[in-house]
Design a protein around this ligand. Structure first.
Ligand SMILES: *[C@@H]1O[C@H](CO)[C@@H](O)[C@H](O)[C@H]1NC(C)=O
Ligand SMILES: *[C@@H]1O[C@H](CO)[C@@H](O)[C@H](O)[C@H]1NC(C)=O
Length: 432
């Protein structure tokens, strides 16, 4: 019969039980509250102001990540992201950066025969040892890494775009088996993707450059601890830009002269906007539309660009530079000028045969040998601070109104692009 009889609770036991229940309830409520806030606002708050300098950049803790809408990372992607936190190399040879240094960012994909030429040219640049060189990689390639690992002429830091299409071989941002191809109709073919304005679906190999450029800009200005507080200019060059020995000294002079000589200039350039030109050779500075070879600007300008993330990410053109000319700069209101010298300090060398019919005047490269002549005047700074400024007004080129060459119509690319702009703009606490 004892088994039928419910045991009676004593008062003391009842109170103990009640308090246990209460404590449990309160803990659960507290946990739910914290979890809720974790997800929404307490731990991670989107930074509303774009002033930038007042905002903490988020570190790379997974807690921050979870709130971002980015593709699931594979092993390599995770590894590369960790590698991006490694300190620069050559700290033993170059323990200090010069006070007024201009950081150089070299962005590359996979043309080792070009990169070798660029690095060789950089090794001869006067003053290079004063600064930090960041090499930003789109994809992971041993041949490229070997060249960068061999650099001994300055501090050097390698970073890798962790969401490069080149490191995702069967999922977005790479190609996934369910993706639409060419001019597929997503409904009829039951495939995924949004065609661009010309009816074509995404081509990861082609559009990776725009992703890389935007990821790199956001990471260098707002993400990396080495540069996110850098108050000066940053100079950007590419894997097929030959750099003259006077480039660093010239860009220092140009950025210093810019506020006085050309207040409406946003940037300084090593090379003319017209990549085929080596400059006029005049005794004058030149202000013209922003070029895409060796351009340097400061954080104020970056903040302006960053505020235009949706203009950048929604413009249907897979070229970052055309996107800037046709969608971002026009949204600033007014022309976007850059200041440069009358003689180039950088040369874009493409594949031979690209510029047919231009005789021997166009730089090109064959079997790892590049035909660029470095003259005596290219060896030392050659800009005179007493010169006036010649302004090219109303230059031809891509302008507001141009609809883009397409290749950037997929919603997934546009959203990933926007995430890159948000990536480092989270912080603790509600106010920013
Ligand atoms: C592609 O991905 C699969 C699965 O992650 C992997 O096993 C394979 O080695 C990858 N192939 C290439 C060429 O990277
Ligand atoms: C950065 O450059 C812009 C454009 O040249 C200039 O207006 C601005 O004052 C500069 N900012 C700083 C902090 O020097």
């Amino acid at each position: 019969m004892a088994s039928n009889k419910k045991p009676r609770m004593t008062d003391a036991a009842f109170h103990r039980c009640l308090s246990v229940v209460l404590v449990t309830l309160i803990s659960v409520a507290l946990m739910l509250f914290l979890l809720q806030n974790n997800r929404v606002s307490d731990l991670v708050t989107r930074c509303p102001s774009e002033i930038g300098l007042g905002c903490d950049s988020a570190n790379n803790s997974p807690r921050f990540k979870r709130t971002l809408n980015v593709p699931i990372q594979n092993q390599l992607s995770i590894l590369l992201e960790k590698q991006n936190q490694f300190p620069p190399r050559n700290l033993d040879l170059f323990p200090q950066l010069a006070e007024d240094h201009i950081t150089i960012v070299l962005y590359v994909h996979n043309r080792p025969q070009y990169l070798r030429v660029v690095v060789e040219s950089l090794s001869r640049v006067a003053g290079i040892g004063e600064t930090l060189l960041i090499v930003s990689h789109d994809g992971y390639f041993d041949g490229m890494n070997k060249i960068v690992e061999g650099i001994r002429f300055c501090q050097v830091k390698q970073i890798f775009a962790p969401y490069s299409p080149h490191i995702f071989n069967n999922t977005f941002p790479g190609v996934s088996p369910t993706d639409c191809k060419d001019k597929d109709d997503p409904v009829k073919q039951h495939c995924e993707g949004n065609p661009d304005q010309y009816g074509n679906h995404r081509s990861p190999k082609i559009l990776s450059l725009k992703h890389h450029w935007w990821w790199m800009m956001n990471t260098v200005w707002d993400g990396l601890k080495e540069t996110r507080e850098h108050s000066g200019h940053i100079l950007f060059i590419e894997e097929d830009h030959f750099i003259f020995p006077n480039a660093y000294r010239n860009i220092q002079v140009l950025t210093a002269l810019k506020p006085k000589k050309c207040p409406k200039c946003y940037a300084a350039n090593l090379a003319p906007c017209d990549v085929k030109s080596r400059g006029e050779g005049w005794e004058s500075l030149i202000a013209e539309r922003m070029g895409n070879v060796g351009y340097a600007f400061n954080r104020t300008v970056w903040r302006k660009i960053h505020r235009k993330a949706s203009e950048f990410c929604f413009f249907d053109d897979y070229n970052w530079d055309i996107t800037m000319w046709a969608a971002v700069y026009p949204s600033f209101g007014g022309s976007v000028y850059s200041l440069r010298g009358p003689k180039t300090s950088a040369v874009h060398f493409g594949k031979c045969g690209l510029h047919q019919g231009q005789g021997g005047t166009v730089s090109c490269m064959d079997n790892g040998v590049v035909n660029i002549q470095v003259e005596e005047v290219d060896k030392a700074g050659n800009i005179n601070s007493k010169w006036g400024v010649h302004v090219y007004e109303n230059q031809a080129g891509y302008q507001a109104g141009f609809k883009g060459w397409g290749g950037w119509g997929d919603t997934r690319d546009r959203e990933l692009c926007l995430e890159f702009a948000n990536m480092y703009h989270f912080r603790h606490g509600a106010s920013c």
